[in-house]
Design a protein around this ligand. Structure first.
Ligand code: 13P
Ligand code: SF4
Length: 365
């Protein structure tokens, strides 16, 4: 049967049927397989994860794993990182290839190389600019950073990474998420006037020579559409109603939302803050809905009230692509010795990307 027809036969299965098959396949594969699940995964898939975490924690798990197969329930760049950091004989698998990250796609190698060239007409980038890529980016951009003395960051180590970057060169080119860059830079004392936005659709980012020379951070004009749904007015309205509540946001949110939040941090940070909070506390959470729903369910027995920041439903639609049907399909194929949806980064690229990732892991708290 052609692959599409085989997948179709799984798509037609009910979630319950798939869940039973996933459990059986997992048991049959035993220690040959490890399933990594990002916090934004839907419940029906998340429950099968051997390890869950934010991007940093899952990259460490992938690097430490002994399993022959690393099945990544997350998005494409995460499975690429698993491939880069694992041993050559291990296989990284993404159950559905359509699980990309729209923000990661806002930067590509051609545009970043063009930016580097254009910066080179005004500055000496190799001496003056450290390229920093958010882990939400393609492997070739991580390799670009490896090649040009740069580094990768995640939402939980961005400050330590930026410190590393500024210790080496006076400016940073940060891609693809302008918000993580701005929120972190501001938190380190860099004034907003010293951060400029690089519009990748315009020559020289749409900036003047003077603006580029005066900037400390050059922020790529990328964003996560899921996190742009959260607005400062949602926080104002909530705090009017519950003045004692705490507000916690992911740093992919806008500057205004982060400024109005009591706490800002990665998905793992958000979970820890709520886990360690006093019973009976109330929280407004600005991050993806699957995680917020899970927190709400988990902590209601402790009397903690967890509210989602946006009045509209906003999920990461690409994370949602990983469903029980695709997970069952990937695992059952492994039992019959077939590796489907393997993510393989070409070795030359992987080597440079590994350099930038290793620098990150070394400076991560
Ligand atoms: P974390 O590393 O905080 O889990 O974030 C990953 C992500 O894609 C958030 O949108
Ligand atoms: Fe990418 Fe946003 Fe989804 Fe995170 S939530 S994986 S940044 S699209």
């Amino acid at each position: 049967m052609a692959e599409a027809a085989v997948i179709q036969s799984y798509i037609d299965l009910s979630d319950n049927e798939c869940e039973a098959r996933i459990a059986r396949a997992k048991a049959a594969l035993g220690s040959q397989v490890v399933i990594l699940g990002h916090h934004y995964q839907r419940e029906e898939v998340f429950r099968f994860a051997d390890y869950s975490g934010d991007s940093l924690k899952l990259s460490r798990r992938a690097a430490a794993s002994d399993a022959r197969y690393i099945v990544f329930c997350g998005v494409h760049f995460m499975a690429e990182v698993a491939d880069i950091l694992s041993r050559p004989e291990q296989r990284a698998i993404l159950p559905d290839m359509a699980a990309g990250c729209a923000m990661a796609d806002m930067a590509d190698l051609a545009k970043v190389e063009r930016a580097w060239r254009e910066l080179g007409e005004i500055l000496e980038p190799e001496q003056e600019v450290t390229p920093v890529t958010y882990i939400n980016s393609a492997a070739n951009l991580k390799a670009f950073c490896g090649r040009h003395g740069g580094i990768v960051c995640t939402s939980s180590n961005a400050q330590a990474v930026l410190k590393w970057a500024f210790d080496r060169r006076e400016k940073v080119l940060f891609f693809p998420d302008q918000h993580l860059g701005r929120n972190t830079g501001y938190g380190m004392g860099i004034p907003l006037e010293e951060m400029v936005v690089w519009d990748f659709n315009q020559p020289y980012g749409g900036l003047t020579r003077e603006q580029i020379q005066a900037a400390r951070m050059i922020l790529w004009q990328g964003h996560c559409s899921v996190h742009q749904m959260f607005q400062p007015v949602h926080i104002d309205r909530f705090l009017e109603r519950y003045p004692d509540a705490k507000v916690i946001s992911h740093p992919e949110n806008s500057f205004e939302v982060c400024q109005k939040s009591h706490y800002v941090g990665s998905t793992e940070y958000i979970i820890k803050a709520i886990r360690e909070a006093e019973p009976g506390t109330r929280w407004l959470v600005g991050t993806e809905l699957n995680l917020v729903n899970r927190l709400r369910e988990h902590y209601k027995t402790e009397g903690k009230s967890i509210h989602f920041m946006s009045p509209t439903v906003c999920m990461c639609s690409t994370m949602f692509r990983i469903d029980p049907q695709h997970l069952a399909w990937s695992l059952e194929n492994l039992i019959s010795g077939q590796v489907v949806n393997q993510i393989k980064v070409p070795e030359e690229e992987a080597e440079l990307a590994r350099l930038a990732l290793t620098r990150m892991l070394e400076v991560s708290p």
